[in-house]
Design a protein around this ligand. Structure first.
Ligand SMILES: [Zn+2]
Length: 391
């Protein structure tokens, strides 16, 4: 007897080249079987999802969910299971001096799985600016906190912004890289100086220090220090980084996503691997609401739905080292699923500069299934409403 059958949906799992109507049976929190017409009588519970799409559980590779500690921290389940997302990566909200609240207060009280990257700044993003002195970094303690929290902390985060770069220059990301290497985890680097003050050419010094498995986030930023030079050409170090296995994530956020930059990058043939939100409390209100909204933006940019699913499931799972468990609906893997609706209409999506793109399809969250547990999803609260008039 199965615990649950998710019945009648179109299963889209690029990790197995699956795209067709199938039932998914779940037992003991794992995928037990995928086949057409698994009899309803073989399960304790059946969820009908005819007309909907079933994907591996969405993984948001860049979020901020240190709710109640950092002013920008979103209640994780609002951007997580209640938005159709089963796993969120917190991208450096905490540092070695402030991490302790994650395993004590956030993770045990959250249905959505949280994987943390530890900021090289000892106080994470509790203050703004984060790094304001070389004493903002405690390398030894950063390494120790990662070693003490294996399985919860999956990487180190650094931000190529002012004033950190003005104070420390390349010494800052190099220290973050050293922490990552010594702790045996990848480094995620925010590119694009949101203060617009530092030398844009720093990207050409940064990218060569990244190894296979490290992550560049804000790949489509229009801020100084992004991957395009002043003539709109992709810096050669970006393709080199891509070719040696550095992950490229577009993390939207409040200040770092431009359709124009994205189009220029794509025209030069180096596509992103992941399409995270960089969710924050103010960002959620003003610029980006959810992973499904990011999926819609990439449909508007001309990606196929299957490509968008890969960039929201399989690729982020690999980037954070959980591909043996998540990012796929293969039999025996953890039963993390997202049920989505693809709604036809005249939709508009915007980047942070106000540039719009039309899409005839929007991706809407219906349900998240985390380790076999069902959570209803929806738009969640948003003051001005994103859903357009499709009449
Ligand atoms: Zn961020």
């Amino acid at each position: 007897m199965y615990d649950l059958i998710v019945k009648g949906g179109t299963v889209v799992d690029p990790s197995q080249n699956l795209h067709g109507v199938n039932d998914v049976a779940i037992e003991d929190g794992k995928i037990a079987r995928i086949a057409p017409d698994i009899p309803a009588g073989e399960a304790n519970r059946v969820v009908e999802v005819k007309g909907k799409v079933v994907t591996p559980g969405l993984i948001d590779l860049h979020t901020h969910v240190y709710a109640g500690v950092n002013g920008t921290g979103v209640d994780p389940d609002i951007g997580g299971v209640r938005a159709g997302v089963t796993t969120m990566v917190d991208a450096g909200s905490s540092g070695c001096d402030t991490f302790g609240g994650f395993p004590l207060h956030i993770i045990p009280n959250t249905a959505t799985e949280i994987i943390c990257f530890l900021h090289i700044c000892r106080t994470g993003l509790a203050t703004s600016p984060d790094i304001f002195s070389p004493a903002s970094i405690d390398l030894d303690k950063t390494i120790q906190v990662i070693k003490d929290n294996r399985g919860v902390i999956a990487g180190v985060k650094a931000r190529m912004v002012s004033p950190a770069l003005e104070i420390m220059g390349m010494e800052m990301p190099k220290m973050a890289k050293r922490a990552a290497v010594e702790a045996g985890v990848p480094l995620m680097v925010h590119i694009g100086d949101t203060e617009k003050r530092y030398d844009a050419n720093v990207i050409r010094e940064l990218l060569p220090i990244l190894d296979k498995g490290d992550i560049v986030t804000h790949y489509f930023t229009a801020n100084p220090g992004g991957v395009l030079d002043s003539n709109g050409k992709l810096v050669p170090e970006a393709k080199e980084a891509h070719d040696r296995g550095v992950w490229l994530d577009t993390a939207h956020g409040r200040m770092n996503f431009s359709f124009d930059v994205g189009q220029k990058v794509m025209d030069q043939g180096v596509l992103p691997h992941c399409i995270s939100t960089d969710l924050t409390v103010p960002g959620r209100v003003n610029t980006v609401h959810s992973m499904t909204e990011m999926m819609t933006r990439f449909l508007a940019m001309g990606f196929t739905f299957d490509q968008v699913v890969t960039m929201s499931t399989e690729n982020p799972a690999k980037a954070v080292g959980v591909a043996g468990r998540l990012g796929t609906l293969a039999v025996g893997k953890q039963a993390d699923l997202s049920v989505l609706e693809i709604k036809e209409g005249d939709w508009m999506v915007y980047d942070i500069l106000g540039d719009g793109r039309k899409s005839d399809k929007a991706v809407i969250p219906v349900m998240a299934i985390k380790k076999g547990e069902v959570y209803e999803a929806g738009w969640g609260p948003r003051p001005w409403g994103w859903e357009p008039d499709t009449a």
